[in-house]
Design a protein around this ligand. Sequence first.
Ligand code: ATP
Length: 514
Amino acid sequence: MAQQDDNLLKKVIAHAKEYGFVFPSSEIYDGLSAVYDYGQNGAELKNNIKAYWWSFMTQLHDNIVGIDSAIFMHPTIWKASGHVDAFNDPMIDNKDSKKRYRADVLVEDAISKMEDKIEKEVEKAAKRFGESFNRETFVSTNARVLEYQKKIDETNVRLKEAMGNNDMAAFKQLVDDLEITDPISGTKNWTEIRQFNLMFSTEMGSVAEDANKIYLRPETAQGIFVNFLNVQKTGRMKIPFGIAQIGKAFRNEIVARQFIFRMREFEQMEMQFFVKPGEEMKWYEIWKEKRMRWHQALGLGADNYRFHDHLNLAHYANAACDIQFNFPMGFKELEGIHSRTDFDLKSHEKFSGKKLQYFDPEDNQNYIPYVVETSVGLDRMFLSILSNSYKEEKLEDGSERVVLALPPALAPHKVAILPLMKRDGLPEKAEAIMNELKFDFRCYYEEKDAIGKRYRRMDAVGTPYCVTIDHDTLKDDTVTIRYRDTMKQDRVNLTELKSILEKGCSMKELLKKI
Ligand code: ATP
């Protein structure tokens, strides 16, 4: 069940700042709304998440290749994609709190609340009936559940109609009928709903009169579509095949309040998979399952993920769902998986006047491929991992520690090299060990403060292993290895270190779990 934990989010934000993961942008100038910078540890964690995604998508799939297209693109691309006309969000303001919301998000939150109510009924009944409980029978017969479900269905239909017909008055009526209140002021004192375009624009060209209005891309996908034939031809790709890309995207988001969950400048990891028309639903299911396995291999708990089917499909999709994660704010979208049909390529054919077709040697025919897209926010991945890993633990001796139980392969540093003392040749020995390990693992060297204090600092940034060098190391080449999660310590020979680290925190071992 989705649990709101505002306190946890606050703690994660404070921790992220204190330990060099995420800083508010332009902080010395009082910040810039919904823009963040990644610090020394954050950049490492982010790069590791990217590597995990990139390796899985490209290295482990020999029919997927990666590209890196420019952020600036020809302005007509955004007409063809529908973003100039349709990338509008319906916004509504609460007159008391003066806060602005996306009206569709408010309605979806209201639907989520109704879904939660159904879950509560199911849980209660499951307890009451015990072994003999059958969920399907219960939800299809229980009067209260049926009533909630009916309201959910009706709301979805009305939302879809209002969005589809661009009918803002009907939309407002829906907000009123659902008696949605502002989470801050608690009132229903809303303005009318207005459309707002999310794309940032700027001008290209040196002289103002000749300048062309261009946009900062709001998604990376279009850079893939316009390069479809370039890649297919030069890579001699055969359908089905995919093109992957990691890159920045920009949206002038209206609701930007949840830390790095929703930012104005963010990064996406997207893959467009080109398939034969008619086969898209098969691939849609395959990619749903593959992407879920990729997430779950991180070990953050299978219960923290769920699929959420879209009933209100975007203009380009014939099927779509989200993989939601149990964030501190509750279950929210982490990744989108969309069957985009041939909408994009067809539209680029029309607007560019260039053929974007594939010649299928097996069928001896030309066609515009259909596309299944997987699109995950890198920053949302970061938040899901960071918030899930943050733990405050009470230890047996009564003391407390804060530990980031990050998936070891993603941790900013894999191992801390800690000479017990700053003399007697221990730092020199430690350095020699680090020089051996640093080609395979990101190491962190630290000789200041008592060892216990140093362990705590490493716990707080999620370093999975600490290796302590003491006087015995000089005699017999053994070191103490301390494990972050159990705090257990072992005495091991230097020759064993590499294989312990390899097994425990290499990307290779993580990829093998998928
Ligand atoms: P939402 O409904 O939360 O606004 P969306 O459905 O508009 O998201 P998509 O256009 O499907 O998102 O983008 C794909 C992914 O990009 C999302 O699943 C999310 O992880 C990420 N993403 C989208 N907008 C933002 C943002 N403003 N900040 C950070 N990540 C984002």
